[in-house]
Design a protein around this ligand. Sequence first.
Ligand SMILES: Cc1cc2nc3c(=O)[nH]c(=O)nc-3n(C[C@H](O)[C@H](O)[C@H](O)COP(=O)(O)O)c2cc1C
Length: 312
Amino acid sequence: MVNFWSQLSKPILVLAPLAGVTDSAFRQICKSYGAQVVVSEMASVAALVHDQRKTLEMLAFQPIERPYIVQLFGSDPQQFAVAAQIITEKIQPDGLDINFGCPVPKIIKQGAGAALGADLSRAREVVRAVLDNTDRPLSIKLRAFNQGISAQQFVANLADLPIAAVAVHGRSLAAGFSGFVDPTAIAACRSYVNGQLLANGGIIDLFSAQAMLAASQADGLMIGQGALSRPWIFQEIAQQVNINLSWSELSQLMLRHAKLVVENKGQAGLMELRKFLAWYVKGWPQAKKIRQQLVAIKSIADLETIISNFCV
Ligand SMILES: Cc1cc2nc3c(=O)[nH]c(=O)nc-3n(C[C@H](O)[C@H](O)[C@H](O)COP(=O)(O)O)c2cc1C
């Protein structure tokens, strides 16, 4: 299988995995603005082994999303092995990714996410298990500091294995999703990463993207929360311009997103769309008033009415 990671232009721009957010519709939106690689919401290896249907449904994607990566979380190497086979055969993504950094208590309690990231020998077993059971390139995602283990120590422990990309979230486990981001902890991984090094954390616009690239020496950027209200951030970075959408452009984006969600999930998907609509209008005049209406939409027609009644 071709290692697509090595063929991408730099800086490589990746949409981060975000549970409850990076579904097929949002991934397609980000792709249209220049995200080169998109990653699924994290998928449980235990669920894949025991009862696959819902997880496989969640992981479905459209060809336009390629290269598309499926991210796995769990703690048991054997389950990772089986899950890697299932995903390779049934989803056929372009790559697989392993989550070593999730701080959510219910994930940590299972020995997964950051708990797995703090157990160097088990983490290595898990990487081996996935590599041995897929022909797709493997990437990993981890924290800069995790319960006394630095990202540098973590990647040094895996330096002899063929890992195609390493995404380092520059925050410590304790910093959660909004604390201090340390680009030097990402740069410290450079000499142990044979594949692509991706910097993640706190990239919200062109300025922060350029600062992160310079300080981290990374081959690319992985962007999460910065894409929520501004998925065009990928285009800003690729073209090195600041972009402000007009109301008409933003309206078209909201309608396009709504149509994609309905295509993928039916009318029920509009409930999930509401949070995106609220993010999109952040910073607009009368945002509070329009947000109240957007979070109550029941149909695309409701959205069209709200948009046409809004005078900027
Ligand atoms: C709502 C939400 C869901 C997330 N879900 C995942 C996930 O499924 N897998 C993962 O590796 N990281 C997940 N993360 C972490 C992000 O991928 C990313 O590492 C983090 O948000 C830092 O990047 P940012 O500052 O660009 O958002 C999640 C973060 C948030 C806020």
